[in-house]
Design a protein around this ligand. Sequence first.
Ligand code: NAI
Length: 424
Amino acid sequence: MIIEPKVKGFICITSHPKGCEKNILNNIKYLSENDKITIPEIKNVLVIGASTGYGLASAITASFALDANVIGVSFEKNAQNDRNRTATAGMYNLAAYQREANKKNLYLKNIIGDAFSNETKEKVCEIIVGDGVLDVPPTQHQICGLSGTPAPTQNGVIDMIIYSIAAPVRIDPETGERYNSVLKPIGKEYKSKGIDLTSYKLNEVTIPPATDEEIQNTVKVMGGEDLSLWVDVLTKQNLLRENAIIISYSYTGPPVTHDIYLNGSVGAAKNHLKQTSDKLNKSYKIKSYVSVNKALVTQASAAIPVMPLYISILFKTMKEKNLHENCIQQIYRLFKKIQDGENLTDENGYIRIDDLEMRDDVQREVAENWVKINDDNLEDLADLNGYKKDFMNLFGFDLDGVDYNKDVEIEVDEDSLGIVNLLK
Ligand code: NAI
């Protein structure tokens, strides 16, 4: 099939396998051109939300810079050949990542499933125990399953969990109740300029405040409850090493984004995530951190009103100052920080890899341009082409070196790659 991009609002409903593969190869190339990461105690890494954005970059860094064994959990769809529907970009990313890992004999197990469900958690435990590659002590071979008796040994096997979920919906595994997250301000209406991702023209965004129920539901989806369940399950099964490192991701941003993010419904969820992370440190022998990352073009950030315009203005400034980083560069720097170990967190206990974004000179310029921007100077003050390219790249389009006129196979052969799909 010859695949063309079909952008609908803040998403592209088609994706290109060869373009997604090119993205993966570019990421691996970046890592191969940089020093390896050496953190001897991290051998086995579980990445929850491993198929796109920050989670994908984390998984690839763990595989190719750290040489760790990686288990990834993601929510993606394969192609439907009979309906000419391509797979999701994340599925193509995983296929390419898996192929490259297989070539290098790196242990990588990708699980397609709902990370919020008990079934997926059970499957991950089963894989950790069953695959043997992760060097599980023999006593743990019979104890998997959420209701299993805790193993008698204290030797866990997962040394690091990266929690990188961005989801619109969560079904509570105990009650079966469905919760939707919303991107809304709290306490007052939000009015701002934004950018229309179809026409790339400025528009006005008006969003009503979230109701109390919407705030609670967003916390239920994007807060820390599920992370806590993962830590709980793995600990009960003795599959989490003592002093394992747990990292979740968050965002702070400048004042122009605060009403919709930091002080909005998602910010409430991120607060809960941080509180959960702090509680986990008290309840378990682990080192749980929240890393505050830079604003980047991902499927999740494209959905947040105002972020595309803010990111376009930010990119212009950061590129001019030679400070710009993409997902893989951000995460490589995060792993370097963990490797170096010194001054890992700020005074509030956050890891900050948004330091360059938040630099005074960067934010001063961004704030000035934010006020000045209009349809006439849009191209001058914002890196619209950079945003557009990054957005199309997410779905495997607009990548250099890919022949988009060539017929391509759209279905990913999950079985031959060893991808476990629980959603089939
Ligand atoms: P993304 O949309 O690129 O990735 C989301 C990941 O979550 C995908 O791998 C997807 O498969 C997975 N996922 C969603 N629902 C799932 C489910 N039910 N079960 C299993 N996997 C599921 O998002 P992005 O931007 O990489 O976000 C990841 C984290 O980084 C989020 O916590 C976000 O708040 C944070 N972050 C993002 C920033 C940005 O600018 N993009 C900035 C700072 C933090």
